[in-house]
Design a protein around this ligand. Structure first.
Ligand code: EZ4
Ligand code: CO
Length: 402
């Protein structure tokens, strides 16, 4: 079997997506997601100008060798553009493998370890009351885990607190918008939200919170401690993790479980965090870190250290990534929780898929490969529109993490 061609499609059915399609001489094709929010065209060029010419004529069966060829072969390792491009190829090859053998990807990596994939949804509100009501709607809809984010008095716009309840999209068209930040206001207010949520809904529901990397390690330690009475399922992205050792400080002070990794572009970013047992959940998915091939390795490594997975599942990854994540989630022994946000109707139509949602759980379906297709004709009706994630500044103008 040989790869005969590959093409990159950039479309915007509600938001931008980059899709790689790999063709073979046996008529089977594979699909990979190459979306990098706010930097989409760089990955498209990396694939078209540099990767696709290297793929033609290769045997698509040799997934590991192709991964090493693109990773080691580039000489320049890591980086979100490179690793997102490699992910797209990797996932497309797993898709081809599944279609060739006529079986879902989860059967190629060990089969099912569970019957369904537990997800968490995103509840947002401008204030505690609104957020609490949103959490209630998720519980009624059957969710067993809910992430809660609230507006903070005195901070006009906060990253991660969506105005649209159903379709959260942090990127905005045009140039980057600016948001403001006060760690003090935030840290004083967030425990009040969880106090209200626990008194309204009791302890049955799993509650999560995302700090979006805006705290220093000692501030994150304080927040983790303050949230302990409310028994969070996890505190996400408490501090930026370029400095993995920073998590030692948080860990020394709090038993609130920690999750990080949605922006990691290499499994190396998680090595110290896992081997020193500094986190409880790894948030990498099969998109940013080079695809399913490295994710399987880091998940097995994590399993040895009692670290579970919690795949990033925001809408800036196409249904192809979600379908692949679900095949991974249902199979590995140390799955923890899957993030789930709704794609728009237009996105779902451009990417017809076999996975489905039912009362708080996702099911990967049993189609061969990852089970997600791509409607090229429909995609062509939604051309790319430049969009960026917002930047974050403290009130004195200092650029801050988000
Ligand atoms: O902000 O994927 O947990 N989910 C998140 C996401 C990220 C976006 C960035 O593009 O934090 O919503
Ligand atoms: Co997050």
């Amino acid at each position: 079997m040989k790869i005969t061609d590959a093409k990159v499609f950039v479309c915007s059915p509600g938001r931008n997506f980059v899709t790689l399609k790999i063709y073979t001489d046996q008529g089977v094709h594979g699909l990979g997601d190459a979306t990098l929010n706010g930097r989409e065209l760089a990955v498209a060029s990396y694939l078209t100008d540099h990767v696709i010419p290297m793929l033609i004529g290769r045997d698509p069966a040799n997934i590991e060798d192709t991964w090493q060829y693109l990773y080691r072969g580039a000489y320049w390792r890591k980086g979100p553009v490179t690793m997102t491009a490699i992910s797209a190829v990797d996932v497309a090859l797993w898709d081809i493998k599944g279609k060739t053998l006529n079986t879902p990807i989860y059967n190629l990596i060990g089969g099912k370890s569970r019957t369904k994939v537990t997800v968490y949804g995103h509840a947002n509100g401008r204030d505690i009351k609104e957020t609490a009501e949103a959490v209630g709607r998720f519980i009624e809809a059957g969710y067993v885990a809910v992430r809660a984010q609230t507006g903070i008095p005195g901070i006009p716009a906060i990253y991660g607190v969506s105005k649209d309840e159903k379709f959260y999209e942090p990127a905005h068209k045009g140039l980057p918008t600016e948001e403001s930040w006060s760690t003090e206001k935030y840290m004083n207010f967030v425990p009040k939200l969880f106090d209200e949520l626990r008194s309204r809904y009791g302890t049955d529901v799993n509650l999560l919170h995302d700090a979006h990397h805006r705290l220093t390690p000692i501030q994150a330690a304080r927040l983790g401690k303050d949230l302990e009475p409310y028994r969070l399922f996890w505190l996400e992205d408490a501090t930026p993790a370029e400095l993995q050792e920073g998590f030692r400080i948080i860990r020394q002070h709090t038993t609130t479980p920690l999750a990080v990794g949605e922006i990691f572009d290499s499994v190396w970013d998680a090595k110290t965090l896992i081997s020193e047992q500094l986190i409880d959940y790894l948030r990498m998915e099969p998109l940013r870190g080079g695809g399913l091939t490295p994710l399987k390795k880091i998940a097995s490594f994590a399993d040895m250290f009692h670290v579970q997975t919690g795949c990033h599942g925001a809408t800036d990854m196409s249904p192809i990534t979600l379908g692949t994540s679900l095949n991974f989630d249902i199979s590995i022994p140390n799955f923890g929780l899957q993030e789930y946000m709704w794609h728009t109707k237009e996105t779902d139509e451009v990417f017809p898929h076999h996975y489905y949602f039912e009362r708080g759980f996702l099911y990967p379906g049993d189609a061969p490969g990852h089970g997600v297709d791509f409607d090229e004709k429909l995609a062509a009706k939604f051309p790319y529109e430049r969009a960026y994630l917002p930047v974050n500044r403290k009130f004195d103008g200092t650029m801050w993490n988000w």
